[in-house]
Design a protein around this ligand. Structure first.
Ligand SMILES: C[S@@+](CC[C@H](N)C(=O)[O-])C[C@H]1O[C@@H](n2cnc3c(N)ncnc32)[C@H](O)[C@@H]1O
Length: 375
């Protein structure tokens, strides 16, 4: 059985490991940047279709040390890449290289890997694949760290967080897989609605609604890289897709609620929800959170307030955090709140003791998801 690797952002490896086990993947092993797992190709299709917290699924094929260009070239030739695509198809190599002595330029590494693969095709078929960096049939991911090279075949294509429902974004929006991870980290049992008082483009609530409705995020996409491989089994893919669609729910016993002061953000959030097919289950309203009342006695709030550096000046952001703490204490007694903070100075201004803290990276910003129990 092949061993695949699901990639994700820093801080999300634990939730990704849980997800992989839930969808039936075997021998799940956490590693920096993601998780290894065993499955067959139908399982790889399923992982791409269903994973909410991964960015990409790859098939690691080679792992070797190399100090000279020739060593790199000959090691690449040890794997037969001609089995993935036809000789007249297209390919691309993405290389990232760190501390690799003579290999300082990642473009050089990418070119050497490409040359080795092109030569394989030429020797076997007299024809070579073209290079197409934008939309190749086969994309290889090469990582060289301290002269150890790992080569993987990308099975995903466009990253998995690009679900396809976004029409627009607000500044400092969350990527979809990060929003889905926040919802999972909250321990939400899908039995009650979630409120996001600073919802921006609505990502947290849209991801939560997709989860509650059991919509596999990949059903919203048009294409995956594996569909263009020579060995693609269309019938197995159809089975995976049909099974996922059959598990979708039509109704929910509650509605999610999102608020934002920004009129444009609310418009974008509504458009996104419509495109994700969850508009009947999420209500977005323009309202400053300072004026909110708790709609039920006990509930769950998940939110991502503005960051000082990207949206507002720091002092304004501090006011937002202080007001959020005031709101939680005054109006949301009995609730649990999860706040994604990108700056300890901001969360400190809340003067509330967090029951738990989870490290999460939103792009390059190191954040904390802070859990507050208001009881
Ligand atoms: C970091 S963004 C949220 C991004 C969102 N999670 C997403 O993925 O699109 C913070 C949002 O808080 C909103 N906001 C700031 N002050 C607010 C207030 N007093 N009441 C409601 N929303 C507010 C901003 O308009 C902004 O859209």
């Amino acid at each position: 059985m092949p061993r695949f690797f699901a990639m994700t952002s820093r801080g999300l490896v634990d939730v990704l490991a849980d997800e992989l086990k839930e969808i039936g993947m075997e021998r799940v092993l956490k590693a920096p940047g993601g998780c290894f797992f065993d499955t067959n190709w139908a399982g790889c299709y399923r992982a791409n279709l269903r994973l909410r917290t991964a960015t990409r699924v790859v098939l690691p094929v080679l792992d070797f040390p190399a100090y000279k260009p020739d060593e790199l070239y000959h090691n690449i030739r040890k794997h037969d890449f001609t089995k993935y695509i036809a000789a007249d198809a297209s390919m691309a190599v993405d290389a990232v290289v760190r501390d690799c002595g003579a290999f300082k330029d990642q473009r050089f590494v990418a070119m050497k890997v490409k040359d080795a693969i092109v030569d394989q095709f030429r020797e076997e078929f007299d024809v070579r694949p073209d290079v197409d960096a934008k939309d190749p049939h086969l994309r290889l991911v090469v990582r060289g760290i301290a002269n150890n090279f790992a080569v993987s075949v990308d099975t995903t294509g466009e990253p998995l967080f690009k679900r396809g429902y976004r029409t627009g974004v607000v500044p400092a929006h969350l990527k979809e897989h990060v929003a889905a991870a926040l919802v999972r980290m909250s321990g939400w049992k899908m039995d009650a609605p979630i409120i996001d008082p600073m919802c921006g483009s609505g990502t947290i609530l849209i991801e939560a609604a997709l989860m509650a409705l059991n919509v596999a995020p990949g059903t919203l996409r048009k294409r995956f890289a594996f569909q263009r491989f020579s060995g693609f089994k269309a019938d197995e893919w159809e089975n995976e897709l049909d099974a996922a669609l059959a598990e979708e729910k039509e109704e929910l016993p509650f509605k999610f609620q999102g608020f934002d002061v920004d009129r444009e953000a609310i418009k974008i959030a509504r458009d996104n929800a419509r495109r994700a097919g969850v508009e009947d289950f999420v209500e977005f309203q323009r309202q400053a959170f300072e004026t909110l009342d708790a709609p039920v006695e006990k509930g769950l709030m998940i939110t991502n307030p503005p960051y000082g550096e990207r949206l507002l000046e720091k002092n304004e952001a501090i006011e937002v955090y202080k007001n959020l703490a005031f709101l939680l204490k005054q109006k949301f007694k009995g609730w649990e709140a999860f706040v994604l903070s990108g700056d300890p100075e901001l969360s400190k201004a809340m003067k509330l003791k967090a029951a738990r803290k989870f490290p999460v990276y939103n792009g390059t910003i190191e954040c904390r998801l802070l859990k507050y129990e208001m009881f």
